[in-house]
Design a protein around this ligand. Structure first.
Ligand code: FES
Length: 318
């Protein structure tokens, strides 16, 4: 599932306040020409200068071929990306983007539960339209601190009526996730995006009750399991014929870059998928927050920014 990568120089054509602290930006080619196709759940890397890159989900309509929309929550205590977006990107500003890339694709199903926390609504917006167009039975459970902080809440409620359950915490308290999950049919799919505690609550309930795992989109890494000390291992690059040693105190990505091997990367936290690399031999120790259990078991690829090796040797398709 190695994704196609492309970089485009776009321009901001519109900026809207969607909720307290959330702005949406519409991006287009300077000549108004068509943009590459994308599917619900896809995200873009915004390349913000000085090496700052951030991933944002596309939240517009995939049929709108000449414009992309992202929505960004200003996080003053964050690592600087969202503040740069809010302060620097205005109508007329140029911005370089990479992608789109989709690690959160909507699979066909007769029934869906979409669970959004705060700005985690963004990848779900186009999914709701797709589920509706497919005639699926779906519900959106949308939680947030207060109504004023919940982007797109009003327009979603207006467009879809009772399928949209808005649950601002200051009015409703904590949502009863278990009741919503337990009411689903066996073939239902659960899609969830939001803060880590919400994702973990959904995942843990699915696991406890034997439901198939929920599909989640993370922009923060999973809580890392306590691991022993990292060990060195051998890395063989099949296409370039190089053999390298990954030391205990460096990542595969750092080792590759140190050897002058060109690998695309962005988040360096195992959440964006940019550095996904095909594995030809050996057993990766997956530490990313993207691959499903089935993909981990298959180990056809790994995120070289965080994942290591369970044995002595890995062979990569590089
Ligand atoms: S750089 Fe983002 S997953 Fe590796």
């Amino acid at each position: 599932m190695t994704a196609p990568e492309r970089t485009l120089d776009l321009v901001v054509t519109a900026r809207r306040e969607e909720a307290e602290g959330v702005v949406s930006l519409t991006l287009a080619r300077p000549d108004g020409g068509p943009l590459p196709d994308w599917t619900p759940g896809a995200h873009l890397d915004l390349l913000l200068g000085d090496g700052l890159e951030r991933q944002y989900s596309l939240c517009g309509d995939p049929a709108e071929g000449a414009a992309w929309t992202v929505a960004v929550l200003r996080e003053p205590g964050g690592r600087g990306g969202s503040v740069r977006v809010h302060d620097a990107l205005r109508p007329g500003t140029g911005v370089r983007v990479r992608g789109p890339r989709n690690h959160f694709a909507l699979l066909p199903a007769p029934q869906y539960l979409f669970v959004a926390g705060g700005v985690g609504i963004t990848p779900l917006v186009p999914m709701l339209a797709a589920a509706e167009a497919a005639g699926a039975d779906w519900t959106l459970l949308y939680v947030g601190r207060s109504r004023a902080t919940m982007a797109f809440a009003g327009e979603l409620a207006e467009r879809y009526g009772p399928r949209v359950l808005l649950r601002p915490r200051d009015e409703h308290g904590r949502p009863d996730l278990a009741a919503h999950l337990d009411a689903l049919g066996e073939r239902a799919e659960v899609y969830c995006c939001g803060p880590r505690p919400l994702l973990e609550a959904v995942e843990q309930h699915c696991e406890r009750t034997g439901r198939p795992p929920a599909r989640v989109e993370r922009f923060q890494p999973r809580e890392a399991a306590a691991a022993g000390a990292d060990r060195p291992f051998t890395l063989v690059l099949a296409r370039s014929g190089l053999t390298l040693t990954v030391p205990a105190d460096a990542s595969v990505l750092q080792t590759l870059r140190g050897a002058g091997v060109d690998v695309l990367y962005s988040c360096e936290q195992g959440t964006c998928g940019t550095c996904e690399t095909d594995v030809l031999e050996g057993r990766p120790e997956h530490r990313d927050s993207l691959l499903t259990e089935a993909e981990r078991a298959e180990s056809a690829s790994m995120m070289v920014c965080v994942s290591r090796c369970l044995g002595e040797r890995l062979v990569l398709d590089l």
